[in-house]
Design a protein. Sequence first.
Length: 565
Amino acid sequence: MDVGNPVLAPSRPASARSTRSEIETVSVNGANCTAADEKKQQATATDQEDTAPSSDSDIGGDEEQAATAPSQDDRPQFSNLRLLSLVLTVTGAAFLNTVGVQAAVIVLPTIGRELSIPDSRQQWIVSAYSLTFGCFLLLWGRLADVYGKRLIFIWGSAWLTVITIVLPFVKNEIGFDALRGLQGLGAAANVPTAIGILGVTFPPGRAKNYAFSCYGAGAPLGAVFGNIMGGVIGEYLTWKWVFWILGILAALVTLAGIFIISPPPIQNPNLGVKAAVDWIGGTLVTVGLMVLMFALTEGNVVGWATPWVPTLIVASVVILLLFVLWQHHLETRTTRRPLMKVSIFRNTRFSAAMLIMLCFFSSFSNFLIFATYFFQDYQGLSVIQTTLRFIPTGVCGFMIAFATGFFLSRVRGNHILMFGTLAFSVSALLFATPIPPTTTYWAYAFPAMILSVLGADTVYPCLTLFTAKSLPQEDQALGGALINAVGQIGRAIGLAIATAVETAVIASEKGVPVDAVGGEDLGKGDPALLSGLRAAEWSTFGMAIAAFVLAAVAFRGAGYIGRKH
């Protein structure tokens, strides 16, 4: 969940502070490896997946399945050490993406003071990165599938390296925010491409399960590292070292990508096709997503009644609808390749997987955000104290990711999804119910942290592996981009809903209009603030239950997603 993670900075109501620190742990999907002996058995397994017991699961039909078989036969044979090195290299993309967000959030107030950025605009230090990341995923995913996943992965990592190292030398707000946006552009290139590389390297089976699960471990590990690094550097060094260390790590990933990821054995036939990349569709979906997420992000800052906010939301829906119509036109009436085949969404199970991702990522992200507000704003804990309370999510997430790789081939997909969504819903419920706030952390917050990452690191690898198996080999990077983009949209929508609910409850408790609710009036131990935070967690619980219901209904009878056949 880059499942792996990808994120927009949480925003408080119009008059609220915008400098609250956000501690998030984002999980995506995973990777490890062991498998040279399974590749020879793959050629006949493509059309026999247990996850496809009916036509509902046969994404793309027999024609596309047949098209993938040659590419599976042509997979180069690598040693286990080489495969392990490859998995660790691409896992670095999820790790860097999470570190880049987490560490920046921790030192946000310090950067704001040094660059003279007002509180009301400091959120853009994080939002600029998240906005470009979420909006360019689909375009980069298609570019990777057409021009080569290795090329785009290395390019994205190198771009991230250069921008990150240069960033601390910028001394003004506009330039700093612009470079943060360019950082997100690099992450949008290598995160979905990393998933695509895993998808085409490993045939279905045990090795692929562990590969995708290990990739998911990179995000929680990055969250813990980013939180600790940001806290320690913010306390003892200049904030600039946050970006310089991140730049060094990105350089290592770039070099590893050059030497570890092998060039494709056969030149991509799409390179010679005129208009191989649908630039019209890429422009429409990128602009549409950017307008939508900008409006959702700013709506909680300037107020939803501000005229341009609903106008932008309507405009984004129109642009995205034009994108869908254009893709349908290319797919059904021309021989040109669309950016994304919209016919894939006719499959009930695939569409449900995207909806589950949207609901679950929304709820998981919101849980972490409002738990952060509870610790920092209501309990008055410091950034370091809050960081320590989130460490279990990263440590346990790393271990759970590997356990998930084991169960993917032994437990049916619907059972994994139902277990994960239900486990997470309990974590949200623990923060939503009126447990006395003086209760010790170990009695309810600690189990909530464990359950949250237990849900995330079972659901994300399962959905990502299902997506990879549902798409042909030539669309693997696009699949990684799609599931990450859906998660980012879900996060933006869910945060907007939860913040609106929180604000409405606080306003009701205080007997003031909604637009009069401000962060400066919500101090430590404020009962109205506690009620608002609990209401937000109830909305989070509702989204998690929606994901559970979707998994129970749409994936009923699903087979073993992690099996070869």
